[in-house]
Design a protein around this ligand. Structure first.
Ligand SMILES: [Zn+2]
Length: 250
C-alpha cells in the first residue's frame, strides 16, 4: 500500500488532469497554444453526428468544416479563446428543405452564433447584474474576461427576457421538397418569423392534432386558403379581423 501513497495522499484520490476537462463538456481538445497574451484551444465536438434544426433528422454525412472563435473562461491569468472546428452536415430527409446545416452544440454549452461560451456568458451576466455596466467592465478586464461595457449591458438585457415565448401566432402552409412531389405542411411562428416544425402531410387532422398539443396558440393563419373551410381557423384576437396571409423566412 505504501507505493500507492504519494505525498501523504492516496493515489486513489488523485485524478489525472485531462485536457478535455478544461473546456466545456461535449468538446475534445485538438491542440492548445499561446498567441500573444491569449491561450488558444482548438476543439471539436466529441459526437459524430449532427441534428438538423429544421426536421430533427440525425446526420453523420459531413459536408465541410469551418472555424469559429469563441471566448471562454480565463486560464492561469490569460484570456482563453476556443477555436471551434465545427462541421456542416447534409440533411438526407426527403421532405426537409435544408440540404446543409451547421452543427449545433448543447444549449448550456454554446449557443448558435454566440461569441462566448455559455459558462462565460453566465459570469458576464452576474457581473453586469452585480456591478452595472462601466464598473463591471473594469472588473471584468482585471479578471481577464474580454467584454466591453456595452456587451455587459446587452447580456443582462438578453437574459432578462423570458427564455422562450410561448407560441401564439402561427402560419401553416403547403410545402414540398420539389414541385409536384409529395406535399407536407410547414408551421411558422409568425411573430418571430421562424420555422417551428414540418408536419408529415397536409391533412387537416394532422394539423388539428398538432394544434391540440400546443394550447398557447391563439391565431392560426392558413397561407394556402384552399383548405380553409375544412381547417379549423381560430382567432382570439380582439380586432376580429381575419388572419393576415404571411410567409416566413427560411
Ligand atoms: Zn432536415
Amino acid at each position: 500500500m505504501s507505493g500507492a501513497l504519494i505525498g501523504g495522499e492516496s493515489a486513489a484520490m488523485q485524478q489525472a488532469l485531462q485536457r478535455s476537462s478544461l473546456v466545456p463538456s461535449g468538446f475534445v481538445v485538438e491542440s492548445a497554444y499561446y498567441q500573444g497574451n491569449k491561450a488558444i484551444i482548438a476543439v471539436r465536438a466529441s459526437g459524430s453526428v449532427g441534428l438538423c434544426p429544421s426536421c430533427g433528422t440525425v446526420s453523420g454525412r459531413v459536408h465541410s468544416r469551418y472555424r469559429r472563435y469563441v471566448n471562454d473562461l480565463p486560464l492561469s491569468g490569460r484570456i482563453v479563446q476556443l477555436l471551434v472546428i465545427a462541421r456542416r452536415f447534409r440533411c438526407d430527409a426527403v421532405l426537409c428543405g435544408r440540404q446543409i446545416f451547421t452543427e449545433r452544440f448543447a444549449e448550456g454549452v454554446l449557443a448558435p452564433s454566440a461569441r462566448r461560451t455559455a459558462r462565460l456568458d453566465s459570469i458576464v451576466h452576474h457581473l453586469g447584474l452585480a456591478l452595472g455596466g462601466r464598473p463591471a467592465a473594469g472588473f471584468a478586464k482585471r479578471l481577464m474576461l474580454p467584454v466591453s461595457k456595452d456587451t455587459l449591458l446587452r447580456v443582462v438585457r438578453r437574459r432578462s427576457r423570458p427564455p422562450s415565448d410561448p407560441l401564439r401566432v402561427i402560419g401553416i402552409d403547403d410545402w414540398a421538397w420539389r414541385r409536384n412531389h409529395r406535399y407536407a405542411s410547414i408551421v411558422c411562428n409568425l411573430e418571430r418569423r421562424r420555422i417551428v416544425t414540418l408536419l408529415p402531410d397536409r391533412e387537416p387532422a394532422t394539423a388539428q392534432a398538432w394544434l391540440a398539443a400546443h394550447p398557447t396558440i391563439a391565431i392560426v393563419a392558413r397561407a394556402s386558403m384552399r383548405d380553409v373551410d375544412s381547417f379549423q381557423l381560430k382567432e382570439k384576437s380582439d380586432h376580429g379581423q381575419s388572419p393576415r396571409r404571411t410567409c416566413c423566412r427560411r
